[in-house]
Structures are given as C-alpha cells and as structure tokens.
Design a protein around this ligand. Sequence first.
Ligand SMILES: *Cc1c(COP(=O)(O)O)cnc(C)c1O
Ligand SMILES: [Zn+2]
Length: 421
Amino acid sequence: MSYATNLRCRECHREYPLAAQHVCEFCFGPVEVTYDYDAIRRNVTRAHIESGPASLWRYHDFLPVDRQDAIDIGAGFTPLIRAKNLGKALGLNNLYIKNDTVNPTWSFKDRVVAVAASRARELGFEKLACASTGNLANSVSAHAAAAGMEAVVFIPHDLEAGKIVGSSIYGPTLVKVQGNYDAVNRLCAELSSTYPWAFVNVNVRPYYSEGSKTLGFEVAEQLGWRAPDHCVVPIASGSLFVKIKKGFEELAKAGLIEPKATRMSGAQATGCSPVATAWEEGSMNFRPQRPNTIAKSLAIGNPADGYYSLVQLRDTGGACGSVSDDEIVAGMKLLAETEGIFAETAGGVTVASLKQLAEQGRIGADELTVAFVTGAGFKTLEAVTDALSPALEIEATVESFERAYEAHAGKSAPHLVQGVA
Ligand SMILES: *Cc1c(COP(=O)(O)O)cnc(C)c1O
Ligand SMILES: [Zn+2]
C-alpha cells in the first residue's frame, strides 16, 4: 500500500480523495499529494531504500502508487557525477552534475511519466495523453507501449526531428498542433474535460509532478544521505524546480537526512524567461511571454508553477539565470568537452546559467552545488551541428591522412616528429 493519503489544495488546504483532479473546487489552486509522514518515519529506513531497484521505484514509499502497480521501464537512479573539469573551468570547487540524459527515453520526463502513468492505470484509465514540448511525448509514448495502453500525444508543429521520431517509434497517435506549447496546453485542458483520458500533465498532474521529487531523493542518497548547498535547475513549467526541493524536505521529515536550507537557483533561456525576468525585477507576478528560443523543451511562456518558482527563489535565496541561444550552444559544448556529457539545449541552458551565476558570484566557490542536466543531445542535433568542427575527409591512405592531420593540427604526425617512436 502507498503512504499517500489525500490531494490537498496548496492555497486553502482543502483535502480531496486521490482521484484524477488537479485544481481545488473552491479556490482553483493546484492540488498536491500528501502522505502519512509519521508512518513513513516509523517504517522506512535508508537500508530499505538502498536494497530497492536501481530505478526511481526504490523510493516507492514516497510515491502515490502501490508498488505492484508500477510501470517500470527503468526511469531514474541516474549517475551523479563529480564535475571536476567543469568546476575548474567555472571556479567551483564542489560541483556535481546530475546526469538525467541517460533515462529510458533520454530525459528526466521518464520520472514524471512513470508515476503519472502508473497512477492513471491504477485509476482505471486506458489511454494516456499529454501536451508536450517534446520530451514528455517521447516518454508518454514509451510508457504507454510498455504498459499496453494507448497514447495520444500533442506537440507544437515545429519540434526537432529527434523529438518527433522519438515519439513516433513507440506507435502513439501523434498530433502536431499549429501553435506553440501554450496553445497545445490550452487545447489539452479543453479536451481533458470531454475525453476520458489521463492527460499526464493536466488532469493527473498532481501525480506527474511527484515524479520530479525523485531527483531530490537520488541526489541526497548519492551524496551519502545529505542535501546539497545549492541546486541549479532548468525551469519550463517550474514543476521540476519546485519538486526537487520537496524531495529534500520529505527525506528530512522522514528522518533520513538532516534538514538543510538548500538554495534553489533556476535556469531559463532569455527567449523564454518569464520567471527569470520577474525575478530580476523583484516581482512575484510573471508576465507570460511568446517563446523564441532553441531550448524548445523549456519553451513555456505561461508556466503553471511560475508563481511557486518565484516564491522558492525568494525563500531559498536562489537566483535565476537567463541565457541567449549562443550561450546555450556554448554551454552544450562546454559540458561535452569538460565532462563527456552530450546534453540537449535544456542542458545548455543549465550549464550556461551555472556559468553566469558563478561569474556573478551568486554561487559560492565552495558550495556543494548540483546542476541538473535533464535531456540528451541526440534529440536536438539541429542546435549544434553548425557550431562544431567538421570531420577530416581523406582517402583511405596513410599519406592522405597525414596531409589532412598535419593541416588540421598544425603539426607533424607522430612518427615524423623526432624522438617519438
Ligand atoms: C520538461 C523539461 C524540463 C522542465 O520541466 P518543468 O517541470 O516543466 O519545469 C527541463 N528539462 C527538460 C529536458 C525537459 O524536457
Ligand atoms: Zn483551494
């Protein structure tokens, strides 16, 4: 049995049963899953978690799904890398990368979908749907395939080829909408009131967003059961940003880590920066924007959790980076060249923002800092192809290689250099 008890309104705290409902009937505030933390504290130990599977289901006690109902295609428990090289480049002595590029469909969305899809099936839904900036559609399609459910996924018409093929391959009904994500999301909100489908980020959004907490759980466990000093997290709707912190807080409530005032910093592309702009202006009310950025997976102009993201930035003493498309590409290259991780544009936003905040002195050199890299680079090849050095093109002869290599490297091939065997 799950320890989840209710859905509770974030604003007026009215409680509801654990159904497919995402807003409060009284005040229209968002509802969130609550748990019996006393029971969790009594029953759940570090050893129990450590003996669980190498997926996010090792934290099933903190998730709103019965363990035996999990749709598990291996989401989560991704590497936490000590990023010495990138840290050196940025003057950060205690930097880690949470590498969520290596999930089953190559983005952190597998976490939210694993939880939402499992709960949807538990609630009796037969079809999964979503409004997606790309990665969510990939993950919903894959989880539906594995669960034997049908998928109907809605995307903006202008997504990268990798994100389109990355959905189609699993056989969903793929719907390209003439409009940006915010239009897709509005459409899905309307459809969800008439179609009896689980729209993972609309009517079952409270379960969806619980999946993001597992990034906080993992980071704490992988750091030896402690929360970091500072996190840098990309913001689209803001759900991930808010829920990583909830993950640390729940572990502390359960007595599994010491409470810590982790600073939470955000990362946005300047071309879609409603949260960063409001934060810079010291405002708690963001203005919706019309996105124009290569970071399409973060291109939400009217973020559902934008307000709560601003609250969290203020309450934790975090900052919010805002980076140009050129900086995003440079961030992707920097991460690849220093740590061997090929991230998509959203990862470029994170790394470029990390650099920006470090240069502004907003991240302490010795703070234990974790940067969240949330999607893989093969999905957004378009963004970097023109920015990379071309291959050497040669005939299949030693001579042809040596000519090309010397011209490229500006030096002689090894056996022509004196003293080198
Ligand atoms: C969706 C997404 C995010 C952010 O998600 P939100 O919870 O909506 O803020 C970050 N990175 C990638 C790669 C994503 O696909
Ligand atoms: Zn309410």
